[in-house]
Design a protein around this ligand. Structure first.
Ligand SMILES: NC(=O)c1ccc[n+]([C@@H]2O[C@H](COP(=O)([O-])OP(=O)(O)OC[C@H]3O[C@@H](n4cnc5c(N)ncnc54)[C@H](OP(=O)(O)O)[C@@H]3O)[C@@H](O)[C@H]2O)c1
Length: 269
């Protein structure tokens, strides 16, 4: 039976991915830091889901997770580096600690999981998946650290995909658009505190379940890229053709957000 290790499994897209793979008959190692969330998730399919508490910023925790998957399942076919955090503050206001923290989780956390899983995935000619973002193809205002972490992740994955050209391992860069999850409530302010409320109408966003199902299907087709939502696809496409013009469009879009940090540009008082 195939097995997959999914990071950031305690909520949002990661939780939905765990359920998607378990429902499809895979064994799943579900990793995150919140133990009680993982245990509740494992109850969804106890025969298939093994919870693993660990922080992706810690490489030894990722090595332990990969070993645990091998101990429990005897093989590891795929890793999905999904754990991630966001922030919302202008570059001139945000503390360096916040930018570093976002990079630690989103970039280094993904690198840790992928490097720890790679020897086993190679044996199975399996899958490496990085959950990136539209923000990894188009820099977003007040999310400079988040965009930087996803651009870095995309570069890492493209290099890895080329290194693995003749190995039979597939590398998928999955870029969801705006998706209903906890990420915006937990996004860090300039000082590094959770902002608490989402500035977007969460109920109108794509569901985490739909994202998980699209990722599963892209993996089965051994695709290299998955860019989600029509807004996301247009953003990526237009930014290639007319990046300067897109500055204006993206600026205007994010200016309209609830309590947009860009508003202070208009109202210096
Ligand atoms: N939602 C969107 O609009 C959207 C759009 C594009 C891309 N994405 C990407 O999708 C991925 C999942 O995000 P989401 O939207 O589902 O957000 P979410 O609901 O906040 O889930 C984030 C997950 O990451 C885990 N995590 C955070 N820091 C961690 C750490 N240091 N070690 C281990 N796990 C950690 C969290 O679990 P614990 O706190 O329990 O550790 C949680 O399970 C992220 O990479 C995000 O950038 C999201």
């Amino acid at each position: 039976m195939r097995s997959v290790w999914i990071t950031g499994a305690s909520s949002g897209i990661g939780e939905a991915l765990v359920k998607e793979f378990a429902t499809k008959g895979w064994k799943v190692l579900a990793q995150a830091r919140r133990r009680e969330r993982l245990e509740a998730l494992a109850a969804f399919a106890p025969e298939h889901i093994v919870p693993f508490v660990g922080d992706v910023r810690d490489y030894s925790a990722c090595e332990a997770a990969a070993h645990h998957a091998i101990e429990k399942f005897g093989r590891l076919d795929a890793v999905i580096a999904n754990a991630g955090i966001s922030h919302r503050a202008l570059v001139e206001e945000v503390s360096l600690a916040v930018l570093r923290e976002v990079m630690e989780v989103n970039f280094w956390g993904a690198v840790h999981a992928i490097k720890a899983a790679l020897p086993y995935v190679l044996q199975q000619r399996g899958w490496i998946v990085g959950v990136s973002s539209i923000a990894g193809f188009r820099g977003l205002p007040a999310r400079s650290g988040y965009s930087a972490s996803k651009f870095a992740l995309n570069g890492f994955l493209e290099s890895l995909r080329t290194e693995l050209y003749e190995t039979g391992v597939s590398v998928l860069i999955a870029a969801p658009g705006f998706t209903r999850s906890e990420i915006r409530q937990k996004a860090l302010t300039a000082e590094g505190l959770p902002q608490g409320e989402s500035p977007l109408p969460e109920e109108r966003l794509m569901s985490a379940e739909a994202v998980a199902s699209a990722i599963y299907s892209a993996m089965m087709k051994r695709r290299k890229y998955l860019i989600l939502t029509s807004q996301g696809r247009w953003t990526v496409r237009l930014n290639k053709i007319a990046p300067g013009w897109m500055d204006r469009i993206v600026y205007a879009y994010f200016l309209r957000e609830n309590s947009s940090p860009l508003k202070r540009e208009k109202d210096p008082s």
